[in-house]
Write a protein that binds this ligand. Structure first.
Ligand code: DCP
Length: 227
């Protein structure tokens, strides 16, 4: 249930539940991390609504954005913002919620990247920023911990080629380098956009077995997160 508190729209009775956002570059291994934790009891795992971004009423804004970012960047990112907000506001069904990305990285990383690379007109960036500022001013979006899967852009590029998702075939290494730099500025240097929660960094260039080991090692630290 949603209600107003101190001028903000809030979810009721969910103060004691922890929200953990898994962040990282494209193909950094967020899905594997979420799959590992989905086997833990008392956790609700929400994956990124990427299937929605590939099919909204028969349209594929993700594919369109990669084909022509100047024309379709706003279209995709408006929809990403809506779907992330919907995720953040949905009723939490367990003591811990773990989710892939957040409304914050959508804005601070992906929208910012489109704008800075000259692939989003200033007016589109202004409109998205107005929406984002309104949402974060008027709606409470609590996050207790950010888990940053820190990879090299080269590793992500290799993984991207291996998984071969149709829309992503056009992504060059330079794109992953820009996303990486924005993540590093936000979560490591803490020099760009505001941090909604403390950050736990997990190096994520290693193979699957080593990553599962890392998740096991960090399990308690992650699951006891409360801001
Ligand atoms: N994307 C975007 N804008 C956003 C969020 C995501 O353009 N605000 C794009 C990047 C990818 C696609 O959506 O092409 C899916 O995002 P991820 O690669 O982060 O999701 P994956 O499931 O591929 O992550 P991982 O491989 O880490 O499990």
């Amino acid at each position: 249930m949603l209600s107003f508190s101190q001028g903000k729209l809030v979810r009721n009775g969910e103060d004691k539940k922890a929200v953990i956002c898994i962040e990282g570059n494209i193909a950094s291994g967020k899905t594997t991390c979420l799959e590992y934790f989905s086997k833990t009891s008392n956790i609700e795992v929400l994956t990124e609504p990427v299937s929605k971004w590939r099919n909204v009423r028969g349209h594929n804004p993700l594919g369109l954005m990669y084909q022509d970012p100047k024309r379709w960047g706003l279209t995709l990112q408006t929809y990403v913002q809506l779907s992330m907000l919907d995720r953040h506001l949905s009723t939490i069904s367990a003591p811990v919620r773990m989710m892939e990305r957040s409304i914050f990285s959508a804005k601070y990383i992906f929208v910012e990247n489109l704008y800075r690379s000259g692939n989003m007109p200033e007016v589109d960036f202004a409109v998205l920023s107005e929406w984002f500022d309104w949402i974060t001013t008027n709606i409470s979006i609590p996050v207790d911990l950010i888990v940053y899967l820190q990879t090299s852009p080269q590793t992500c590029h290799e993984r991207l080629k291996q998984r071969s998702r149709e829309e992503e075939k056009v992504i060059p290494l330079e794109y992953l380098e820009s996303i990486h730099q924005l993540y590093e500025d936000w979560l490591i240097k803490k020099s760009s956009s505001p941090l909604p929660a403390p950050v736990l960094v997990i190096p994520a260039d290693q193979d699957l077995q080593e990553m599962l080991h890392q998740y096991k090692e960090n399990r308690d630290k992650i699951l006891t997160a409360r801001s």
